[in-house]
Design a protein around this ligand. Sequence first.
Ligand SMILES: Nc1ncnc2c1ncn2[C@@H]1O[C@H](COP(=O)(O)OP(=O)(O)OP(=O)(O)O)[C@@H](O)[C@H]1O
Ligand SMILES: NCC(=O)N[C@@H]1O[C@H](COP(=O)([O-])[O-])[C@@H](O)[C@H]1O
Ligand SMILES: [Mg+2]
Length: 387
Amino acid sequence: MSIKLPQKLMLLGSGELGKEFAIAAQRLGNYVIAVDRYANAPAMQVADAYEVISMLSADDLEAVVTKHKPNIIIPEIEAIRTEKLIEFEQRGITVIPTAAATNYTMNRDRIRELAHQELGIRTAKYGYATTLEELIKVSDEIGFPNVVKPVMSSSGKGQSVVQEKSEVEKAWNYAIANSRGDSQKVIVEEFINFEIEITLLTIKQWNAPTIFCSPIGHRQERGDYQESWQPAEISEDKILKAQEIAIKVTDALGGAGIFGVEFFITKDEAIFSELSPRPHDTGMVTLISQNLNEFELHLRAILGLPIPHIEQLGSSASAVILASEKSDSIAFDGVADALSEKDVDIRLFGKPNAHPYRRMGVALAKGVNVQEAREKANKAASKITII
Ligand SMILES: Nc1ncnc2c1ncn2[C@@H]1O[C@H](COP(=O)(O)OP(=O)(O)OP(=O)(O)O)[C@@H](O)[C@H]1O
Ligand SMILES: NCC(=O)N[C@@H]1O[C@H](COP(=O)([O-])[O-])[C@@H](O)[C@H]1O
Ligand SMILES: [Mg+2]
């Protein structure tokens, strides 16, 4: 495939991941329209044009697509009326990776059914519930501790680890209150006591074989990423097993682009968890750890541009900078201090407002080994305060 540049790219979702993608796209001269649910979102600040709409509204999506006529639509978030994307695709607009894939991955139940039922991939034991009574019953079947999540949510929103029966009602209320979209369905999963969890960035190309980045280890709290590092020290046989599963799932989804395929690594196994058909938050470490970061890789895969070589540049880490309170005027202190150390960098996303635990930036570091890189990234992140 020989593609002509510039292309007109529409980002649905304009957070920190979209912002870095927009920068990568513009470096190759493309035209970027950034869309999100609120004004002044990170990617809007670096885009050629922007629109504020409800991405869950088919009418709103129709209006912006009719107005801007993008060649390619690039979903960036897990809250989009994906049925409408199927219609856009039928009208000849490329949807990344495919409209069907975004529909599968936006709903935890669909992707779980595809992976487990259709492809026979090992996952945590799971069940679903649409009422509290059902959740009590299914929780008993799965056992405790378990993890309850809305089928439509991301970054741990609405997710809780349930230790015993008395906590089920609280988990139900929390999941329903934090569910994205119009869904009232939750998934209950067996709690996996993993040694480490990883994201395997998997790059599916239009006319070339699927390739991988070195695995990224990460640590999560409240279901949300706190720090990530690359390379993750896991055995070669588990990497190969994870790659085999990633190929199976991404082949079933089709299209092109980067996928963040998440695994729980136990003593004996690589257990598939879920995947993002787009750059992954834990993959922000590649902003410092690779010759081509996950956003550049996504862009190249989307545009059918060659990826001759992915080079891992050595032990690297990322650590998040989170808000601690609600605020509509954001300023950062401690930036100079954070940047005073060698091989440390930061990204401040420019989100216009904050609330507790909202991710506002990320610190990046390289070190002589992963432990030092993690320490440097965490130290830099901790120096930055939101005032
Ligand atoms: N079954 C499980 N057993 C153990 N830990 C789990 C389980 N499910 C989720 N977790 C923990 O919670 C984290 C978030 O879960 P998951 O990836 O399913 O949620 P998410 O909201 O899609 O997050 P994101 O959008 O950031 O990927 C996992 O990375 C893991 O640390
Ligand atoms: N795990 C998914 C993820 O990290 N997505 C990233 O967070 C943004 C939403 O942030 P917000 O909730 O602060 O608006 C999304 O737009 C995307 O960039
Ligand atoms: Mg996840």
